[in-house]
Design a protein. Structure first.
Length: 454
C-alpha cells in the first residue's frame, strides 16, 4: 500500500514539475515577445497623416472592366444533384452575383456612402495605412473606439456602424486591414497580425489617443487580442465578436466531452450543440473548416492569381465567404432536406446582394484580393505560437456571439482565457459579419461595453 502511494505521489510530483516548467517557459516566451514588439513600435518609421479620397480609386473604368469580364464569363455546367453534394461555391451563386453586378449594382452609391466619412492615409513601418477617423461630439465619452475588420472584408463592413456610433457621441477610428480595401499590400514579407497590431497601436498614439477600446471580428479579433496583450496599459477594453478563447486546456476539453454526452445540459443553444455534438463529427467539421485556413496559410499566391485576374474567381472565393458566414448553418445543416443551394440562398439574403457587390467592387478596384490572403501565411509562420500562448488577459474583455458565427463557445470555456470577462452576450440572429446584417445589435453591444468601461 505504501509502495503504491509512493508511486502516486512520485507521478503527481513529476506532472506538477512539468506543468510548472512549462508555465515558466511560456511566461518567458511571452515576456520576450512583448518586449520585442514594443521595441518594434519605437523603431517604426512613419509619415505625416494626410487626407485621402476613396473616389480616386473607385473609377468608372474599373466598373466597366469588371462588368465586361463578368458578361463574358465562363462558368462550369451544373452537376447532377449538386445541391446535395457541396464541392464548393455553387454555380447559381456565381451567376446571380455576376448578373447583379452587371445589371443592378450602382457603384456610385459605394462612393457616396464612403465619402460621408473622413478618410486619411499614413505610412507606419512597412504599411501604407488607410483609416477613417470620425470625432464624437460628447466630451464625456473620452475613450475612442478602434474598429477592426477581418478577411475578406473592407471598411464597407462598418459603413452603417460608424455613423451610429458617431451620432451617439463616440470617437471612432477604423483602419483598413493591410491588403483589404484602401490599405496597400506591403512590399516586404513578414507583416503578420502581431506587426499589424503594433501598426494600429502606433496609429492611435499618432492621433493622440493613449487609451482606447478595441472592437474586432474575424482577424480583427485575433489582432485585437495580440494588441491587448502587447499594450495592456493603453487598451481600456477589448470586445470581440469571433470568440477566440483558447480551448486547448482541460476546462474546454472537459466541456466538449461532457457536451457530447449531455448536449442540452452543457450547451444553451442549438448553435453550440451543432458545432460540438456529436463528437464523432467534430473531426470532419474541423477538417472542412480548417482546409480553408490551411490552403491560404501555405500557398496564398498560387490560387490567388485567379481572383486577381478574374472576377468570377473573386466571387467564387471571397464572395462565397459572405454568404457562407452569414447563413443559418445550424438550422440548414441539421435538416435532411436542406442543401447547399438553400444555404447560399439564405446567406445571400442575410448579407444582402448589394453588400456582396460593394465589397467585391472595392477588392476589384484595389487589385489586392490575392495579397489579402497572405495574412493567413504570415500568421501561420510567425504568430501561431504567440496566439496560443496568450491564455490570459488582464484587460476588461467583452464577448458578443451572434447566432450564425463560426465559433460558439460557452461562457465557462471563455472565462478560461478571459478571466476578466466583463460582458458575455449571445444573440438569436446575426452572422460572422454582424455589422452588415445586424448593425443595431452590434452597435448596442458596443455601447453596453463602453458603459462598463466608464
Amino acid at each position: 500500500m505504501l509502495c503504491c502511494l509512493s508511486w502516486i505521489f512520485t507521478v503527481a510530483a513529476i506532472i506538477a514539475g512539468i506543468c510548472f516548467l512549462k508555465k515558466k517557459k511560456t511566461e518567458k516566451f511571452l515576456a520576450l515577445n512583448r518586449e520585442k514588439y514594443r521595441v518594434k513600435v519605437l523603431e517604426f518609421k512613419d509619415s505625416e497623416v494626410h487626407e485621402f479620397d476613396p473616389e480616386s480609386n473607385l473609377t468608372e473604368g474599373d466598373y466597366l472592366d469588371l462588368k465586361k469580364r463578368l458578361s463574358e464569363r465562363i462558368v462550369m455546367d451544373y452537376l447532377d444533384d449538386s445541391d446535395k453534394n457541396p464541392y464548393g461555391t455553387p454555380n447559381f451563386y456565381v451567376n446571380e452575383v455576376a448578373d447583379y453586378i452587371c445589371n443592378t449594382f450602382d457603384y456610385k452609391n459605394v462612393i457616396t456612402v464612403l465619402k460621408q466619412f473622413k478618410h486619411f492615409k499614413t505610412v507606419i513601418g512597412d504599411v501604407d495605412l488607410h483609416f477613417v477617423h470620425m470625432a464624437g461630439s460628447d466630451s464625456s465619452k473620452k475613450i475612442p473606439i478602434l474598429l477592426l475588420n477581418g478577411f475578406p472584408s473592407t471598411i464597407w463592413e462598418f459603413h452603417k456602424t460608424i455613423p451610429k456610433l458617431v451620432a451617439a457621441g463616440y470617437t471612432v477610428v477604423v483602419p483598413s486591414l493591410p491588403c483589404h480595401g484602401f490599405t496597400s499590400p506591403p512590399k516586404v514579407p513578414g507583416v503578420s497580425p502581431a506587426v499589424i497590431a503594433c501598426v494600429y497601436h502606433k496609429l492611435m498614439l499618432k492621433l493622440g489617443y493613449s487609451r482606447y477600446m478595441i472592437h474586432g471580428g474575424d482577424w480583427g479579433s485575433l489582432i485585437g487580442n495580440i494588441q491587448t496583450f502587447l499594450f495592456p496599459d493603453h487598451v481600456a477594453g477589448f470586445q470581440l465578436t469571433l470568440n477566440i478563447a483558447n480551448f486547448y486546456n482541460l476546462r474546454a476539453l472537459a466541456t466538449i466531452l461532457a457536451g457530447s454526452i449531455l448536449p442540452s445540459f452543457i450547451y444553451k443553444n442549438k448553435r453550440q450543440q451543432a458545432q460540438f455534438h456529436p463528437i464523432s463529427q467534430l473531426k470532419a467539421k474541423a477538417y472542412r473548416q480548417w482546409a480553408y485556413f490551411h490552403i491560404q496559410s501555405v500557398i496564398p499566391d498560387t490560387f490567388g492569381y485567379g481572383m486577381l485576374d478574374s472576377p468570377v474567381g473573386l466571387i467564387g472565393w471571397h464572395g462565397a465567404t459572405y454568404a457562407m458566414a452569414s447563413a443559418d448553418k445550424a438550422v440548414l445543416l441539421t435538416s435532411k432536406n436542406a442543401g447547399y443551394k438553400e444555404l447560399f440562398t439564405d446567406g445571400m439574403k442575410r448579407f444582402g446582394m448589394d453588400n456582396i457587390a460593394s465589397q467585391l467592387f472595392i477588392f476589384w478596384c484595389m487589385k489586392n484580393a490575392q495579397a489579402a490572403m497572405r495574412i493567413y501565411y504570415e500568421f501561420y509562420n510567425h504568430d501561431m505560437a504567440l496566439s496560443k500562448a496568450i491564455t490570459h488577459q488582464d484587460v476588461p474583455i467583452g464577448v458578443t456571439t451572434f447566432a450564425n458565427e463560426l465559433i460558439h463557445l460557452t461562457e465557462f470555456v471563455t472565462r478560461g482565457t478571459f478571466h476578466n470577462l466583463k460582458m458575455f452576450s449571445t444573440h438569436d440572429t446575426g452572422g460572422h459579419f454582424a455589422h452588415i446584417d445586424e448593425t443595431d445589435l452590434a452597435v448596442q453591444d458596443i455601447k453596453k461595453f463602453m458603459e462598463l468601461l466608464s
